[in-house]
Ligand binder design. Structure first.
Ligand code: HEC
Length: 155
């Protein structure tokens, strides 16, 4: 029995404890048992990964850190109420978002009153943003990428 399965199962048990028992709104246990946990091979283009890394280290690493490792205490807001730049390397929650949402976040940035994430539209091309997103995904640990892929790419 894999660790991932145990985590999924305990997540299910925790969640089911605070919901009513109707199966219509929640994911059923059989859905979770049938969930595809097959490993996904990343066949990214190594030149694209290199381009993404280069652009990231020019424009983004100043905030998000070398290799997108982020700010250690990214969960604690600054004194102005905004959050520090999170890691994008699979240790925070970039991997909770689809490719479309990640791309939009980069192009549009955050609302300035709440966020210091700049908008890159008009500064970076869509191709450059795609390159960065592929590089970011190449950093994620295999388990994280597999979970992300089954959640977003298979629907
Ligand atoms: C001035 C600092 C700064 C720069 C430069 C910056 N970011 Fe951010 N970024 C942030 C902050 C802060 C957040 C957290 C989101 C928030 O507070 O709204 C963020 C969030 C993000 C997220 C969403 C992460 C998540 O977990 O959902 C992505 C993706 C991202 N940035 C990518 C980039 C990329 C790619 C670049 C370079 C092109 C970049 N950022 C440059 C500050 C920055």
């Amino acid at each position: 029995m894999s660790i991932r399965f145990l985590l999924l199962l305990s997540g299910y048990l925790l969640l089911s404890g605070c919901q009513d028992t109707s199966q219509s709104e929640s994911r059923s246990l059989s859905d979770i048992l049938n969930m595809n946990t097959d490993r996904v091979v990343r066949d990214f283009d190594s030149e694209q990964i290199q381009r993404g890394s280069d652009i990231f280290h020019i424009h983004c690493a100043g905030c998000h850190g070398e290799n997108a490792a982020g700010t250690p205490d990214w969960r604690t807001p600054n004194s102005d109420g905004r959050f520090p730049p999170p890691p994008l390397n699979g240790t925070a929650h970039a991997w909770h978002h689809s490719t479309a949402v990640l791309t939009k976040t980069i192009l549009k940035g955050g609302p300035p009153e709440f966020s210091s994430m700049p908008a890159w539209e008009g500064i970076l091309t869509e191709q450059q943003v795609d390159d960065i997103v592929v590089w970011i995904k190449s950093l994620w640990p295999e388990d994280i990428y597999t979970t992300w892929y089954h959640n977003f790419e298979e629907k």
